[in-house]
Design a protein around this ligand. Structure first.
Ligand SMILES: [Zn+2]
Ligand SMILES: [Zn+2]
Ligand SMILES: [Zn+2]
Length: 310
């Protein structure tokens, strides 16, 4: 059985490569940072000078390889080793959003970077190698598969309906209300109609906008509140820091205008029945379709029932 992750961590861990003042692999020493801290990943999966050359082995279009130049950064949310998005103050999360916005702007402006992916893996179950609160930011030369499919869907919907796919979807969910977990003036958190992970949620801006630099001051505060809220609810589901992968899907930075794109985030948590029993995408799910273990309406009801704060 997998061990339940410990939540009583020290504020500073001398062996943590992300804590302020500590030395990382390769000998670089972190500054004594007091808010957020960003650095290039010491083991970057993407390199800025990789060739973009396309190789088609035997010219049959069957074995095609292409270089993927890009950048991989790591961002610490806080100097505190023991905090998480649920235990940080909303004002501290606003500083994280500010830093995400700066990184998005910087990377999206680089020639050859067409997509910026901000994502957080939380918990050993999701392969997070270090509990220090942090995320990764990858800038890639190509738009990856999932945002690329979302781009096509949003563009087709926009062309056909002269309206935004997400704006229309959010309106339907607001009328139905059974899959809404929580909302504030700027953001709405929904267990989507198509959810396959047990407590999967979609976090959408209520105003039509494409990326973080378009958020106004009030919306930054609303996003901070929405993030803190959903992770706090998650931590109550089984009484442990809830493992998940989360990430933001923002306007591609491919040089084209994207009036169809709607800013949102996905949370994919694997836990199903307890702190140690997770969902596996295996069998029919690998070979056919993902299967649902609980309905999105039941998942939303459970998450709503854990909202006795705010
Ligand atoms: Zn640390
Ligand atoms: Zn929209
Ligand atoms: Zn998305």
């Amino acid at each position: 059985m997998e061990a339940v992750p410990a939540s009583d961590r020290p504020q500073y861990d001398p062996t943590c490569y992300l804590c302020p003042g500590n030395t990382r692999a390769g000998g670089v020493r972190n500054p004594k940072y007091s808010s957020t801290f960003v650095f290039d990943n010491d083991f970057a999966a993407l390199q800025k000078d990789s060739p973009t050359e396309r190789i088609d082995i035997q010219q049959k279009g069957l074995l095609v390889a292409e270089g993927e130049p890009g950048a991989c950064r790591v961002m610490c949310f806080s100097p505190r080793h023991d905090l998480t998005l649920s235990s940080m103050a909303a004002s501290e999360i606003e500083q994280v959003i500010q830093a995400w916005t700066e990184q998005f702007t910087l990377l999206a402006a680089k020639p050859g970077i067409r997509h910026v992916q901000i994502f957080e893996n939380r918990g050993e179950m999701m392969g997070a190698s270090n509990p220090h609160p942090h995320c990764q930011i990858w800038g890639t030369h190509s738009i990856p598969q999932l945002p690329s499919r979302e781009l096509v869907s949003q563009q087709e919907y926009f062309k056909t309906n002269h309206d935004c796919l997400f704006c229309d979807y959010i309106e339907i969910e607001a009328q139905e209300s059974s899959r809404i977990v929580c909302r504030n003036d700027g953001f709405v958190t929904i267990v989507p109609f198509w959810a396959v992970w047990p407590f999967e949620v979609l976090l959408c801006s209520r105003r039509h906008l494409g990326s973080m630099p378009e958020l106004n001051r009030a919306e930054v505060a609303h996003l901070a509140e929405a993030l803190k809220h959903i992770v706090s609810i998650y931590d109550r589901v089984f009484g442990v820091p809830f493992p998940y992968s989360m990430g933001f899907h923002q306007t591609p930075s491919d040089g084209s205008p994207h009036p169809e794109w709607h800013f949102h985030a996905h949370f994919y948590p694997p836990l199903l029945r307890s702190a140690t029993v997770r969902k596996f995408m295996v069998g029919f799910e690998m070979l056919g379709n993902p299967q649902r273990d609980i309905t999105p309406e039941l998942a939303a009801e459970k998450l709503r029932s854990l909202t006795d704060f705010k």
